[in-house]
Design a protein around this ligand. Sequence first.
Ligand code: HEC
Ligand code: HEC
Ligand code: HEC
Ligand code: HEC
Ligand code: HEC
Ligand code: HEC
Ligand code: HEC
Length: 479
Amino acid sequence: MQRKLVIALPVLVVVLIGAFQIFSGEKRPDDANMASLRQQAARRRAAALEAEQRAKTDLALLAMQGRGQELPEYLVSEIDREGNFWFVGKADSAAGVQIPFAPGKLPLPPADIEPLHPNPGFLGAEACRDCHADKYESFIHTAHHRTTRLASPDEVAGSFEDGSNRMNTKYPNVFFTMDQRGNDLFQSVHFFDWGFEVPFHIVIGSSKMAESYLYWHGDQLFQMNCTHLTDRDEWINSPGFIDGDAIYARPIRSGCLDCHVTYVDYRKSANHYTPKSMILGISCERCHGPGKEHVDYHVANPEVKESRHMKVPSKLSRQAQMDVCGQCHTTKKAPIDEQAFRFRPGDKLSDHYETIPGKEEALNSVHTSNQVGRLSLSQCFQKSEMGCVECHDPHRNERGNLKLFSKRCLECHQQEHCGMNEQLGNRLSDNCIDCHMPVRASETLQVETGNGNIFPPLRDHFIRVDQQATDEWLQQSSR
Ligand code: HEC
Ligand code: HEC
Ligand code: HEC
Ligand code: HEC
Ligand code: HEC
Ligand code: HEC
Ligand code: HEC
């Protein structure tokens, strides 16, 4: 997906330049093309008119707040062939803007529409609270639960304070500011003397590494240009975005939500959804199956103490367990026919997702470190019945507790069997992890920023003897 975007964006720039040539009359189409060009122009006019009508309420609001900004004459704009996106640029600059709403307008509020399809029974973690309070209370602190949530001043990690709320690009005339009015948050684009703002609606990413942000435009969901990097407490370009462009038209496809929300009603390609159907966070039900039948049954039959209509991954075969986590932690590709949220515990992953043959062992997938594929290469995995829950309790946030994880290694291993035991003695036992599952930054996970590129570090699940990691460990601990 990363690679596709990197290819897609230069194409965008080419499209943009092409558009300017037509715009400025430099490229004269021959007669044979005129008919189709006229048709295209008519389609574009119709799309522009429709967008304008849809945006009327926004305009009124803008005017009221004095935020409307007509496009100045020295900037040029063009609509893409399908009438979905506007490009804005300046003849003597490579910087560009791509937005799904007309220049001078703002995104539409989330569409208040009814779902196209019935919800297959997903309820969200809240629905489990009454009867599984212990699980619920610890679960809400996990990265799974927090991976998507509504944007609010408390939930966005980056700064909105004057001075640190600005993201520069390589062009001095193109920058972004993060602005707050009451509880509403905005990314404001400053493009030469022109600009506009886009509201933060949804935070994606628990922010252990980074948070990115999504916004609604009617029934369409888009990613915002600026992402927040946790480590450096810095605003950066979203992964795959080109520094110096302001891109607010990257559609959030169903595959992206399949891994980051519990459920949403998908209307049509590429990014049309029913906003109010969305259940944020990855809830219990992505591992246990939709909860409605189970909850209805136990509410109606409080005397029954055995569970009905609910699946527990650890009672499935190991392959089936791996497939549950593999919905989101492998190199699998997009959901077949874009139909996300169809997988149920016990199903085969390949019945729901296209796979990439030969990539099972890859170090990375999307922006994860392909834990299923990498773990499968390990002797630990091949010579035992180990699954993911041997080390991870999905109901708790245990991140950073390497001592606890090391204890789990010692369920199967004895410290004495480690070749370093003689040299290090009890210093081993607190941290088997950094030597045998080191954190590695990968060149395929590249994020462009104004001050160079960033490679998010992720833990390698191929458990093995790693001399380089050992040397690093020894160096660090002698300091
Ligand atoms: C009205 C009460 C009630 C609600 C609400 C409820 N459960 Fe349960 N659940 C039970 C009972 C009773 C059991 C059986 C006893 C036990 O294992 O705790 C159970 C057991 C389970 C089990 C273990 C199944 C097994 O075979 O061991 C899972 C998993 C589970 N529930 C998940 C959920 C999820 C997920 C939700 C929310 C979508 C939920 N439950 C909501 C009552 C409820
Ligand atoms: C529906 C998608 C999905 C499923 C299914 C899923 N995960 Fe995840 N998992 C994620 C996402 C997304 C993140 C990253 C969340 C974040 O940081 O924003 C994550 C993060 C994690 C983390 C890191 C937590 C941390 O705090 O560092 C662990 C461990 C993990 N998952 C284990 C599992 C295991 C084990 C399973 C199967 C039992 C599983 N996941 C199933 C999507 C999923
Ligand atoms: C195949 C499943 C999958 C898809 C598709 C996917 N993600 Fe993720 N995403 C993950 C997992 C798993 C992690 C956690 C990485 C890890 O811990 O290995 C993650 C991490 C993240 C993070 C960083 C969270 C943190 O822990 O700080 C962000 C932000 C993010 N994803 C955004 C997106 C966006 C935006 C899209 C769509 C354009 C997307 N993801 C598509 C599975 C996925
Ligand atoms: C990432 C996947 C995942 C998520 C999310 C998840 N579980 Fe589980 N759950 C599991 C797995 C795997 C097991 C089996 C654990 C084991 O055997 O060690 C399990 C076991 C259980 C059990 C029965 C065994 C026990 O420990 O009592 C209950 C009940 C349960 N989960 C409820 C919930 C509830 C409620 C939530 C949400 C608040 C939830 N789970 C979220 C994967 C998940
Ligand atoms: C479920 C049991 C189990 C767990 C948990 C487990 N291992 Fe293993 N591990 C094994 C088995 C079995 C082997 C194969 C070695 C053998 O045949 O004696 C192995 C092999 C290894 C090897 C040798 C690898 C090689 O390529 O020669 C290392 C190193 C190792 N484990 C480290 C770890 C670490 C570190 C952890 C915790 C993060 C861990 N193991 C957790 C069962 C386990
Ligand atoms: C300082 C780095 C370091 C730490 C910490 C460490 N190991 Fe090792 N481990 C190594 C190295 C290096 C080897 C290979 C030694 C050799 O072949 O002489 C090794 C070998 C092993 C082996 C393979 C033995 C064999 O011959 O197949 C196992 C199993 C193992 N370690 C488990 C652990 C466990 C469990 C822990 C935590 C209690 C741990 N290690 C902590 C570096 C480390
Ligand atoms: C042998 C133990 C072990 C097994 C088995 C294991 N993990 Fe992990 N995993 C770890 C350790 C240790 C970490 C690092 C935790 C930390 O830094 O706090 C980790 C981290 C993660 C993370 C966070 C990624 C990151 O780089 O921060 C994810 C996601 C994850 N595991 C998913 C899985 C999935 C999915 C499986 C099953 C395919 C799995 N793990 C199996 C030990 C294990």
